[in-house]
Every structure is written in C-alpha cells, then in structure tokens.
Design a protein around this ligand. Structure first.
Ligand SMILES: Cc1cc2nc3c(=O)[nH]c(=O)nc-3n(C[C@H](O)[C@H](O)[C@H](O)COP(=O)(O)O)c2cc1C
Length: 182
C-alpha cells in the first residue's frame, strides 16, 4: 500500500449487500485466508474456524431460514460465497466474541482490499442462540464452535449511499485537552 493510502483503505470499505453473479477466483480466496496467520487473538489462542461455502443451494437454504427471523440477512441470498465466522470455545472461553469479531472484520477488510464486497450478518446474539442454531443445523457445525457472523462475499453490484458520519470530536476524547489537535 502506498504511503498515505491507509485512510483511503478504510474509507473504501463499505457494507455491500448486492453482488453480481460472478464467482470469486480461487486464488483470491486463498490470498484472503492467509490473513489468519497474522491476526491477534486472546492468549494467542487462534481459536477460529471459518466455514467457506459456495454451494448455491446451501447458501439459499441458510439465507431463507435466517431471513424469516432476521430480515437483515437478505444479502446472503445473492452472494456467490459466504464465510461463516466461528470460534472454538474450547480454545477461547472468555473472549470468543472479541476473537471472532477481529477475524470477521479482518476478513471483510481483506475482501474489500481485493475489490470484493461484503457485509456483516449478525448471527451471535447474547440473549438467544436461535440464529446460531439455524446456521449450525444447515451446515452441521458442532456445538463447541460459537457462530459470530456470516460474511456474504462477492463482486459489488451497488455503490452504497453516503452515510452519516459522527464528528470525530464526539468519538475521540484526548486525555489532555491541551493536546487536542483534531
Ligand atoms: C456488529 C455488526 C452487526 C451488523 N449486522 C448487520 C446485519 O445483520 N445485516 C446487515 O445488512 N448489516 C449489518 N451490519 C452492517 C452495518 O449496518 C453497517 O456496517 C453500518 O450501517 C455502516 O455502514 P458501512 O459498513 O457501509 O460503513 C452490521 C455491522 C456490524 C459491525
């Protein structure tokens, strides 16, 4: 990445919910999954298990079942590929949500870097395992893997609208006010 391009890299990543029908090249997928060698995790547990699926019928099945209880699952239905981000709870007991979230967002960023689009479809819910159980059943995912989210991935078919962005000063609080330079 060129100097000063790092902010553009973050700016470019948006939620993409519509995909063209094009398959994703195997080389791209192999490139993306290499990030798992470098991600941080609690106690360096590297507890992830990522299920990558390009079987159209299975994608449709899980998309339809989830959409019945979570309307924002619809992007799954038109994706050529989905990545189910799970964490082995035997390897990460206390921090499985954080470990899984780091993995999911890193995958999302990597996909975006390579010109692909994605979006986070929330599966983990601290109050109910209903969505997890649906995904678990469709793909026979063992109980020890907690399912954080599904990332539908594909070539973008939409240009997302401008979104509201909060003022940086509302988000960042410098400890020493005199050092406020934004
Ligand atoms: C924890 C989390 C859960 C999300 N869940 C969903 C979801 O279930 N379905 C969906 O379409 N988008 C979901 N999103 C995407 C957000 O709606 C999106 O990131 C936000 O509107 C900002 O837009 P942007 O990603 O284009 O910057 C989720 C994002 C996060 C971080």
């Amino acid at each position: 990445m060129k100097k000063n391009n790092f902010l553009l890299f973050f700016k470019k990543r948006r939620s993409i919910r519509c995909f063209i029908e094009k398959e994703i090249e195997k080389e791209k997928i192999l490139k993306i999954i290499k990030i798992f060698k470098y991600l941080p995790s609690s106690l360096n547990s590297q507890p992830w298990k990522i299920f990558i699926i390009n079987n159209k019928e299975k994608i449709k099945e899980v998309g339809e079942k989830l959409s019945k209880i979570h309307k924002y699952s619809y992007p799954i239905l038109n994706a050529p590929l989905i990545a189910i981000v799970t964490v082995d709870q035997d390897l990460s007991k206390k921090h499985f949500v954080e470990d899984g979230s780091i993995a999911a967002f890193s995958l999302w960023l990597a996909a975006s870097y390579l010109g692909l689009g994605s979006v986070w479809i929330a599966i983990y819910d601290p109050n109910s395992e209903e969505r997890e159980n649906i995904v678990r059943k469709v793909f026979s995912i063992p109980k020890k893997y907690r399912i954080i989210c599904i990332l539908p991935i594909g070539y973008p078919k939409e240009k997302p609208k401008k979104k509201q962005i909060r003022n940086i000063n509302e988000i960042i609080n410098f400890y020493n006010k005199r050092n406020l330079f934004i």
